[in-house]
Ligand binder design. Structure first.
Ligand SMILES: Nc1ncnc2c1ncn2[C@@H]1O[C@H](COP(=O)(O)OP(=O)(O)OP(=O)(O)O)[C@@H](O)[C@H]1O
Ligand SMILES: [Mg+2]
Length: 426
């Protein structure tokens, strides 16, 4: 059995850089956990602390429930494949893979058996006699993995092991890595900055930004219910449409989400209505993935955006239309720091109740807080180009009007700080 637990782990480098900020994470036995985030967010630092190559500034690391900070790397039953893996150039593939076994004093015959078995599993059985310089990039990568796996570690740490490879080989090796680690039942932590790779490989994904853990869950969970605006913006292709909306509550009737020129209405009996109603008179971010948008005829009733195609992108199996709907998009700045502002946003609902008590439900002009998203300064705004999926090579083109209906139950809501508004069930 092999589990990994990080307990409120922080790493501050001597120059004051906080690389990892109070991260707590549990990896189950046999689980394939992917650490996902942009360059510099602290992924490698997390792995290096687990491996024992760096010490946390604060917090604790447990392997199999036991604190390991006092244990040197070699006693942690961990194997690691690095971003910039290196093979011994003067050794053959067979010798490279068998080297850790040789160091542990294993006899040549059982050593060779283990090498042959793992090389076979990795599809490099044919090249065992070659030197690294005589291999392709993908083969070298497999040798590095074989060398890491050959001692049958309890925990396998992989730091962007496919980053140097072309996309075809990456896809092939992705499938091989997941099937191999699952077959062996080895607990794996796999680092990548590629969201597609994370979603296809992981049992669970942990998403980091600037050292802070943003969300943890199965690929379906983090995709369907991202905990923060940042996670919403990071996962999925095309990127989630993130639109700024002003909220107007018509008590007991509906909530109007005003996108500038157009408005969507959320019925009062929507389970999320009360949570969104707290933002009456304020601006929030509404997230709509392309799959929640369906082209319809312009006279369709219900939640519909009327737009005009700005441009088309052809992807072979589908085309993406980008619509001008007169709305404002929020662009999440991936590399900016975590938004630490703690301003209260709770008073809106009470204000709304007071304003609307006994009054006719006329829209109330937004006051005071409108524009607050730009004050936060971590995101910027631009005219929205709403990404919509179309059949390949559609008959319509740029300049054409297009109406799209919005699946309201698939819409996401985030507050000015980027936190999901309707937290709760998953
Ligand atoms: N030895 C070090 N001394 C000082 N700062 C460091 C050191 N190693 C890393 N850092 C900094 O810590 C932060 C996190 O680095 P880390 O290597 O963990 O990022 P990463 O998520 O693995 O990025 P990448 O995807 O580019 O590999 C970065 O700001 C980096 O510059
Ligand atoms: Mg790294």
């Amino acid at each position: 059995m092999s589990t990994v637990a990080l307990k409120e782990v922080t790493k501050i480098w001597p120059d004051g850089t906080t690389a990892v900020d109070n991260v707590s994470l549990d990896v189950q036995d046999g689980e394939f956990m992917v650490l996902l985030g942009p360059s510099g967010c602290g992924k490698s630092t997390v792995l290096r602390m687990i491996a024992g190559l760096e010490d946390p500034t604060q917090g604790d690391i447990l392997l199999n429930g036991e604190p390991v900070l006092e244990l040197p790397p070699r006693d942690r039953s961990i194997a690691m494949v690095f971003q910039d893996f290196a093979l011994y150039p003067h050794m053959t593939v067979s010798e490279n893979i068998g080297f850790p076994l040789k160091l542990s004093g294993i006899e040549p015959t059982p050593r060779q058996e283990r090498v042959d078995a793992i090389a076979g599993a990795l599809g490099i059985g044919e090249v065992l006699a070659r030197r690294p310089s005589q291999l392709s990039g993908g083969q070298r990568q497999r040798v590095a993995m074989g060398r890491a796996m050959v001692r049958r570690p309890g925990i396998f740490l992989m730091d962007e092991p496919l980053s140097n490879l072309d996309s075809g080989l990456r896809a092939e090796l992705r499938a091989e890595i997941t099937s191999m680690t699952r077959e062996l039942g080895v607990t794996t932590m796999y680092v990548t900055h590629d969201q597609a790779e994370a979603l296809t490989m992981a049992d669970r994904v942990a998403i980091m930004r600037k050292g802070v853990l943003q969300d943890v869950g199965t690929p379906t969970e983090v995709y369907r219910r991202p905990a923060t605006l940042y996670v919403a913006a990071f996962l999925g292709s095309p990127k989630m449409n993130l639109l700024e909306a002003a909220v107007y509550v018509h008590l007991d009737q509906y909530i109007a989400l005003s996108f500038g020129e157009q408005t969507l209405y959320m019925p009062w009996n929507d389970p999320r209505a009360r949570a969104v109603a707290r933002y009456h008179g304020e601006r929030i971010v509404v997230g709509i993935r392309a799959e929640a948008l369906t082209p319809v005829t312009p006279d369709t009733q219900g939640p519909v955006f009327q737009g005009r195609i700005r441009f088309l992108e052809h992807h072979g199996h589908e085309s993406l239309a980008y619509l001008d709907i007169g709305a404002t998009a929020i662009v999440v700045d991936e590399m900016s720091g975590p938004v630490t502002e703690t301003r209260s946003v709770g008073g809106g609902f009470r204000k709304a109740l007071q304003r609307l008590a006994g009054q006719t439900p006329e829209p109330v002009a937004p006051q005071g807080r409108v524009g607050v998203l730009s004050e936060v300064g971590k995101h910027h705004r631009k005219p929205a180009e709403l990404a919509v999926r179309l059949a390949p090579y559609p008959a319509i083109g740029p300049g054409h009007p297009l109406a799209v209906s919005v699946r309201m139950d698939a819409v996401h809501f985030f507050d000015e700080r980027g936190d999901r508004i309707d937290v709760g069930w998953r």
